[in-house]
Unconditional design. Sequence first.
Length: 88
Amino acid sequence: MNISEVKFYPFNFDKLDCPLWAYATVTIDFFIMIKNFRVLVAKNSGVFISFPLRNGTGSKLNDLAEFKSAELKLRLRSSILEAYKVYY
């Protein structure tokens, strides 16, 4: 599986105290699109990626997708971070 495209949708740049800086959409092999990755910036200027979530029971959030391969999850996270560094 190859990651063919990563798109960013900037969010809330005018509020520097907001940790959410962008949403990302990843396309795999030009056929599968995964939306709603979140690019978050920590107070110590570290950038990290949150995978798509959905509302569960009560106020609990659940993962939208389950990755059987840790390698794929790492590749997705790395690709988004690399594209983020180029984009911003």
